[in-house]
Design a protein around this ligand. Structure first.
Ligand code: PEP
Ligand code: MN
Length: 264
């Protein structure tokens, strides 16, 4: 069902209030790795409003490699996130980690993110298929494109057609950076499926200094959007500070991506 052979025209996902994701425009989604509190949300929202970015990312349920690391503010954090974004016309994308969270989160979310670690959590994918909320589905840590497409098929075949695919880097042997951002995936996925393709250069390379280059390369590779991490003081971020842009870097990148998209 997600194949171009079944549907030729690209799927465009409507998030309401004139915000769409898919062919015909370039979507920028930005925000911190983790939601940390009211003051942080307000600062990021102000930065996004200033730069005309309509979608904010930020995790409240965080999949962390160590159980002792910050695991997110949970549903109370999401409610604050939602209130501030609604007041400012910003849409929310945030990760859902398990089936039981869908119901408590659904009224406060515009796009559910399925993280790399849950890319083949088939029960979660089935449940999101029934939930009828847009989903951003990340590629697995070592996932093939075929596995990503089959994961999307789980959601789609349960009746939810509002799916964006996300390339976020795959695990390799190179230690000079966090993951290998597989930009090959962009044109290949665009040919195989009618679904929008988003790139996450922050997790893809994992180092702040290189995020902008890879974001711009993603634009030229044909991505329908980019999702990246930004924070007013990345050094103090509760998670992923090493790959998070400060607001100055973020603003510069947003402008450059728009210029690059215009040249495409
Ligand atoms: C995130 O977006 O902060 C995240 C945890 O991403 P991934 O699932 O790609 O590691
Ligand atoms: Mn992160």
């Amino acid at each position: 069902l997600i194949s171009r052979r079944w549907r030729v025209n690209p799927t465009v996902i409507d998030l309401g209030d004139g915000v769409t994701v898919g062919e015909g425009n370039f979507s920028i989604m930005a925000g911190p790795c983790s939601i940390e509190g009211e003051e942080q949300i307000e600062k990021v929202v102000a930065h996004l409003v200033e730069n005309n970015v309509k979608i904010m990312r930020g995790g409240v349920f965080k999949p962390r490699s160590s159980p002792y690391a910050f695991r997110g503010l949970g549903i109370d954090g999401l409610k604050t996130f939602h209130r501030i974004c609604r007041e400012n016309g910003i849409k929310i994308i945030t990760e859902v980690m398990q089936v039981s969270q869908i119901e408590e989160m659904i009224d406060y979310v515009d796009v559910f993110q399925v993280g790399a670690r849950n890319s083949q959590n088939f029960n979660l994918l089935d449940a999101l298929g029934e939930a009828q909320k847009p989903v951003l589905l990340k590629r697995g840590i070592s996932g093939t494109l075929e596995e990503l497409l089959q994961a999307a098929e789980y959601i789609f075949s349960n009746g939810n057609e509002k799916i964006m695919l996300c390339e976020r880097g795959i695990r390799g042997y190179e230690k000079a950076y966090r993951n290998i951002l597989d930009l090959n995936a962009v044109p290949v996925l665009k040919e195989k499926t009618h679904l929008p393709v988003i790139v996450d250069p922050s997790h893809g390379i994992g180092l702040r200094d290189y995020v902008a280059s890879m974001a711009l390369a993603s634009v030229m590779a044909g991505a329908d959007g980019v999702i990246f991490e930004t924070h007013y003081t990345p050094e103090k971020a509760f998670s992923d500070g090493q790959q998070t842009l400060n607001f100055q870097e973020s603003e510069r990148l947003i402008k450059q991506m728009r210029q690059a998209y215009a040249l495409r």
